[in-house]
Structures are given as C-alpha cells and as structure tokens.
Design a protein around this ligand. Structure first.
Ligand code: BGC
Ligand code: NOJ
Length: 816
C-alpha cells in the first residue's frame, strides 16, 4: 500500500494523505539555519546546533507522535469554523490534501469548504531564516471573510535545559513586538547576543506571544481559544511559554487568491552593540530590519525559491544516470544524493528519531558521510575534514563526537572507539580522489583543537594508522576499545547497573578484546594511505603501509577466519565471537563486508565462501540482517548488542548501513546480479508499495529494518540520519554502476545484472563533464575491458583526467 507517489520531474515525493504510518519528514536549510518538517507541518528549527541553539519547540515522543510545528490556522469568520490547512493540529477532515516534499522545501496544500490553502516552507540560500509562503484561494462562488493565524512556540535556546529546568524557564521568557514583528529575546539581557524574529507581510489584526493566552488554559494546539474566538489578544510574554502568532484578516472575493508571507529567522548582534539605544534593554534591530523587509516581498521570495531549485539542479548534475531501472535512477539522481547532503549537515543530530539533544557530530559518522557528499560540494567536504581532524587526539585517537556549534570534541560519549581514527583516512582519501587537491595533506591542523599543536593533516593520517598498530591484541588483531563500528559490541564493558551507558563505561580497562572488523578496516585504510604516500614520494610511509597491511591481512585470514566466514571478534576472555563455536551470534555481517572491501580473500576463495555464507544465513527479502542467530538473552560479556530484543537494531536487525558493504563485495567478486539484488531489497523507492509494512519514508534509507527474528519483520526505523545514505550511494554509483573517482582518472567498472543492456551516466569530475555510455550486451557478465574516449581507443577502464577546464569528454565503455 502507498501513501503517495514520486514526481520525478519536479523531484518531489507527493504524500497524498496526512495520516502516514509515521510522520514523513523533510529538511529545510542547507548551511547554518536548519529545520525538520513533517508532512503535516510538524517540526522545529535551529541555528547550526540542534541542541545548543534551538529556535522553536517540538515534543518528541508525544501523542500524537508529531507535535509542535509551523502551524497555520484558518477560520471562516462567518461560520466560526476553523481548521489547519496542514491537517495537524486540528485534524479536521480536509476535502483535499497533499504534501510535496522537495529538495530543501515542503509544500502542503489542502482544501476545506471551498477554501484552498497552499503553504511553501523553505530556507533561502545564504540566509538564517525560513519563509512560509501561504497562498489562500477562495474557490467559493461568494466572497469569504477569513482569519489566518500563524503559530510557533519558541524554545529557550538550549534544548535540554528547555525540556528540564522549569523552575528557571518559567521566569525567563522575554519578547519584544515592534511594527508587527515578534522578537524572541529570552536571555538576550545577559550573555546571549542572538534573538529570533517572526514577521508577517500583511497588516495585523493582532498578535499573541504568550502560549496560555493563545491556547487558553487547559487547551491544546487543536483548539486554541484565540482561533475559536477569532480574535488575537495582543498578549506579551513575561516568563512562561513565549510564542509567536500573527492574526491576519482576509476578505477574499470569489476566485481571489492572496499571498501572505511569514518570515521566521535568527539573528546575532556584536556583543558591544546589542541594544538600541545603548543603555536601553531594546534589541538593536538595525541589521535585521532590512533582512526582514527584503523577505516580506513576494517577488524576492519567488526568486529565492527559484534559486534554491536551481542550486539543487546544479548539485545533482554532478551525477545523473539513465539505467532503465526506475528505482536506481530515482535514488541516484535525486533522493540518495539529497539524503547524503542531509546526513552531511546533520550527522546524527536531528530527525524524528534523533532528538537533537543526544548526539553531536560523530567522528566516525561524519567521515563516512563525506563519502556520499564529496562530489557535490568538495569545498565544504574540505572544511569538514579539517574540522574533524582538529578534534583528533595526539594519540591518534578521537573523541567519538564533537559539537557543531563549537567544533570542539565533547566527552559525552567519550573516546576509545578504536575504529574511529581509520575512518579519517578513508574520508580524506575520498576527498583527494574526487578533487586531486593533495594540498589538503599539508594543511596545518591542531590536535584536540589546542593552539600550537598544529601538524600537517598528513601526519594526522599517519597517527590514525599508528593508533591501530600501537594497540594490537594477543592474536595480532586490533584491540576493540570501547567498541568498533558496532557501537553495541562492548566487549570491555560488563554492565549490571540499569541505565549505565554501554558507550562510556569501560569497566574492564586493559582488556584484550580484539576486532576482526577493525583488522579489515585497517587494511583498507592502509592501502589508501599507501597510495597517498606514493603520490608524495614518501616511500617509507608507503612501505610501512604496505607491510603492515600485508601482515594484518594474514592475521585476518588466520585468526580471523572461521572456516566458512570471517569471525567477528575475540572477547575480554579471548573467546571467539561470530564463530560456529558460538551458540548465538555465529556469523556477523560487518567483517564479511569490510574484509572483502579491503580485498582480503578475493584471490584465495575465502571471500567467495564468506559471500555464500551471508546469502545462506543472513539474507532476507527485506535486506541482510546483522548477525545470526540473534541473541535471545543478555550476554553481559558482549554488551549493548544483546540488550535489544531479537531482530531489532544491532541484535540481528537489518542494519542497513552494512548492506552496501556486501553489495560492494559482490561487485568486487564479479556478481552483478547479487549486488543489485541486495541493493533492491533495501532501496526505499522499491519498497514504496509496501509502505504499510516499511512505514518510514519511501524516499530515504532508514538505519534499520526489523530482521527476521522480529515480529515486525520488514518495518523500518530511524530513517534519514544514517551511514546507509553515503554507503548505498557509493555502492550503487561507484561499484554497481562502477563510476569511480580515482587519483589518476575516472574508472568505469560496472558490475551490473546480466539482463541489463546499455546505460548512460553523466559525471562531472575534476572540472570536466564525462558523458559515458556503457555498451553492454544483454546477458554479458564480464567487465568493461576498453574505452573509446573522444573516439580514441584506450585499453583498460580508466578515463584519463581532463586537460583543460570545462572539457566535455565522451566515453564509450565496451565489455570484453
Ligand atoms: C544504538 C547504536 C548507536 C549508539 C550511539 C545505541 O543505542 O543501538 O546504533 O550507534 O547507541 O550512541
Ligand atoms: C549508529 C551510529 O551512528 C554509527 O556510528 C554506528 O556505526 C552504528 N550505529 C552501529 O552501531
């Protein structure tokens, strides 16, 4: 069953009924000002940091699930009837409803008793504000007298405090109202120099800024007393819950449309210029007023919206494919790329499942997010790399996360996740291959942001690898530390205390638990480092990487091999994990993926065996589960993994992030049918028709789909913010379609299903545009053997780098 459809031409998903199984959300903003918005206008906004600088309130885990939003109310001033054109929060039955989630905007349109309303929400490029462009049309044969009310509830900036410290919060709320603009300035009187504003393009019949006055005591957002009565109270918030609402009266002739623009924004003043006049307590509004005036103009709004559309056309133009498979094309050309941008911006901070409070930017996560993003805006990837690297510790280790506002590592989840450093090498290598900017390796970058500790980025990468080599266990495998990629495999944490964090507790410090996964990851990273080192003529480093990778690969093939698959780990007691010797958790997906990605076992049959075991034991119609058999009870010595009921999350859920590793491994092993088959199982667009089972948005990947041991097998959770986005993008575009940026050119190395014929790809790369046609005989299962580049035959499958900027390079790839 579906709840909407894809409009490919407009690059939108059109939700056609408001009661989707879960709120289906979208993101607003692309650089500093962001928001989430659901298909019924729920959501919130923040500046840079969802925890530290939140503008508006949202109620997580509320009933209904999605409450707090950018709500508009319409009221028929003749009958007194009122409704929400986005359905929530009044939930009146609408005569028509659609929500078009587009790239960086959402438009919710509806009709109720002959009144049509369409609201387009977006953040103009380069601005710290959001627009709500509301168009109201009277489709009745007679004039209509309407009232329109806007509403947002302000957050007192720090979202955790806002949710908890009520003894203080109920006294600090402050607003100013000037020329119909509502300014939220709680704490501006003291240490903050920022404020929010909410403006309206029309003359006001009134306003409200105190929630209780707007809603009425004991009422909810579904029936605000002000809307019921049709009259704002001009309330001024002093403490309690500051909010913003404008009341506009609209007298519409039959057939008339009116546009009303609301602007909600964030602004900062220099610390010494906060007040106007100086010495007063009034916000200095000289900088912000022109911005507000500008965006209350319909023509400016229309142009800004068009710029946003053009911006995305340009970004997506970096890679466009025509394969004849609609789910591949739609995801690669539009939605997967978009999701990669969102994960790049948000890391794991703000979604329907991430409260924006718990997690900042993950070191591991952000490095992986780069892989799917770097081709779109390399300059931002560069900046991100330098930010991440600056949080690295002098040991080469890493804080597990950092706060986007301060760009400082934070200790909330601690450090000592021993896979973290290696991801930096992969992120940087992807950036250099995409751009050719080897200069980044010479950028001075501090350790732990300490001034004076700056060393070239290259040295950070060296320390990343050394970090692993300095921490080897009894089998010669890397020590796992708190955990590796699998945050829930906490082999040095034996927790009996309810609520204790598995992520920060390491009560068996000095433990010898080892990770086969990090072994594979190390080999992959060392190969990338070797290539970078050779390009700088650093033979010593290249040799070291070569040798240590070879030794590690050997160890993985011996201590890490179980007979038919790669083992997962050795625990604190030296007992194997992920082996036929275990009763539960005999085989794990992660080492099969990562070891083969590193090339281990490809030439001696081990990889083929591992892949067969995955297909036999882990693959389900909804994707590949993380391990089998699922843990049926709490294994204290394994940690959080066995706290989950079987089939969910790390305990044998389909942890989608890992599936693309197997797609890549299948492609590396030459099995195009197998690779695409795995891809289609979790491709959200291909799952659209089972939306009632999948339940999450059909346009983005989810972190997890319940595994075969779960009663809700096939149900997705934690959509949007997941490494699944970047890795699927890499798997489908670089390994299955095979368009792979490398140091010396663009490799064309598809591994697609036998039944596929020709396909086309346009790829911008190093300033040139490659127009690629893959000529594939239907039935062929081999690989591309040679190319025609601008009509000249080239042996092998690498199209060379452009010789001049703006070049258009025509490539025809031929199978052997
Ligand atoms: C989740 C993991 C996540 C970790 C982050 C765990 O509860 O299962 O997926 O990475 O929390 O802190
Ligand atoms: C989600 C985390 O964001 C990611 O870093 C981790 O690798 C996976 N969970 C697996 O535990």
């Amino acid at each position: 069953m579906r709840y909407g459809y894809f409009d490919n031409d407009r690059r939108e998903y059109v939700v056609t009924r408001p009661d989707t199984p879960l709120p289906w959300i979208n993101y607003l903003g692309s650089e500093a000002y962001f928001g989430i918005i659901s298909n019924t206008a729920g959501g919130y906004s923040f500046y840079r940091d969802a925890r530290l600088r939140r503008l508006t309130r949202y109620r997580y885990n509320n009933a209904p699930l999605d409450l707090g939003g950018r709500y508009i109310y319409l009221r028929d001033d003749e009958s007194g009837e009122f409704w929400s054109p986005s359905w929530q929060p009044t939930q009146r039955d609408l005569d028509a409803y659609s929500c078009r989630h587009g790239l960086g905007y959402s438009t919710i349109a509806s009709g109720f008793r002959g009144i049509r309303a369409e609201t387009c929400y977006f953040v103009p490029l380069g601005e710290n504000l959001e627009i709500w462009r509301v168009r109201v049309t009277n489709e009745r044969p007679a004039p209509a007298n309407l009232s329109l009310f806007s509403s947002v509830e302000f957050c007192l900036w720090e979202a955790l405090e806002d949710n908890t410290n009520f003894q203080r919060n109920y006294s600090i709320g402050q607003v100013e109202i000037e020329d119909g603009v509502i300014y939220h300035k709680s704490e501006y009187r003291e240490r903050r120099n920022h404020f929010a504003y909410f403006a309206c393009s029309e003359p006001l019949a009134g306003f409200d800024t105190q929630r209780d006055a707007f809603l009425g005591p004991y009422r909810g957002w579904d029936r605000p007393i002000v809307v019921e009565r049709g009259k704002a109270t001009d309330s001024e918030a002093h403490g309690w819950q500051p909010m913003g609402s404008h009341h506009v009266r609209l007298a519409l002739a039959a057939g008339e449309t009116r546009e009303v623009v609301f602007v909600l924004g964030y602004s900062e003043n220099p610390k010494d210029r906060k007040f106007d006049p100086p010495g007063s307590q009034r916000i200095d509004k000289r900088t912000v007023k022109p911005v507000i005036a500008k965006y209350l103009d319909s023509a400016v709004v229309a142009a800004a919206f068009q710029s946003l559309r053009d911006y995305w056309t340009d970004l997506l133009g970096t890679l466009q494919v025509e394969t004849g498979n609609e789910h591949v094309d739609r995801m690669v050309n539009i939605w997967n790329a978009y999701q990669c941008m969102v994960t790049f911006n948000m890391s794991r901070s703000a979604s329907l499942f991430e409260s924006g409070i718990g997690r900042g930017m993950g070191f591991r996560d952000s490095n992986q997010d780069l892989l799917g993003f770097v081709h779109m805006i390399p300059a931002r990837a560069r900046e991100r790399i330098l930010d991440i690297a600056a949080t690295q510790l002098p040991t080469g280790g890493a804080y597990h996360q950092y706060q986007p506002l301060t760009k400082r590592g934070n200790n909330e989840v601690g450090s000592g996740f021993n896979d973290d450093p290696a991801w930096l090498v992969l992120g940087v290598a992807a950036y250099v291959k995409e751009t050719g900017d080897e200069g980044i390796l010479d950028e001075p970058v501090p350790y732990d942001n300490a001034p004076g500790s700056e060393r070239p980025l290259y040295e950070h990468l060296q320390r990343s690898l050394r970090y692993t080599l300095d921490r080897l266990g009894p089998h010669g495998l890397p020590l796992i530390g708190r955990a590796d990629w699998n945050d829930c495999l906490n082999l040095n944490c034996f927790s009996d205390t309810p609520g204790e964090s598995f992520q920060t507790t390491e009560n068996k410090a000095g433990g010898v638990a080892e990770s086969v996964f990090i072994g594979g990851l190390f080999v992959l990273a060392a190969q990338e480092m070797k290539a970078l080192a050779l390009r700088r003529g650093d033979e010593t480093e290249a040799g070291l990487c070569h040798d240590s990778a070879a030794v590690m690969a050997d160890v993985v093939e011996t201590a890490g091999w179980d007979g038919a698959w790669f083992r997962r780990a050795y625990d604190f007691f030296g007992k194997v994990v992920g082996s036929s010797e275990n009763e539960e958790g005999q085989i794990f997906i992660e080492p099969q993926g990562m070891c083969i990605l590193a090339g281990i076992g490809l030439d001696n049959g081990l990889a083929a065996k591992a892949l067969a075991s995955v297909r036999e034991r882990l693959a389900t119609p909804h994707g590949i589960v993380l391990q089998q058999p699922a843990y049926t009870y709490y294994h204290r010595e394994l940690g959080e993994i066995s706290t989950y009921p079987q089939g969910y999350k790390e305990n044998a859920g389909i942890f989608c992030h890992t599936n693309p590793w197997l797609m890549i491994a299948e492609a590396m092993a030459g099995n195009g049918d197998g690779a695409l088959d795995y891809y289609m199982r979790i491709n959200p667009s291909a799952r659209e028709e089972i939306s009632d089972i999948h339940r999450c948005e059909p346009y983005v990947y989810a972190q997890m789909i319940a595994g075969k041991d779960a009663p809700t097998h096939g149900e997705a959770k934690n959509s949007w913010l997941t490494g699944t986005a970047a890795w699927n993008f890499v798997a489908i575009s670089q390994w299955i379609l095979g368009i792979r940026p490398e140091h010396d050119g663009l490799r064309i190395d598809p591994c697609v299903p036998a039944e596929w014929g020709d396909f086309k790809v346009t790829r911008r790369f190093r300033g040139a545009t490659y127009l690629i046609t893959v000529r594939k005989p239907v039935g062929a299962t081999g690989r591309v053997a040679n190319l025609l580049v601008d009509g000249r035959a080239v042996a092998g499958n690498v199209a060379q780098l452009p010789t001049k900027p703006g070049q258009v390079i025509d490539v025809e790839a031929h199978y052997r």
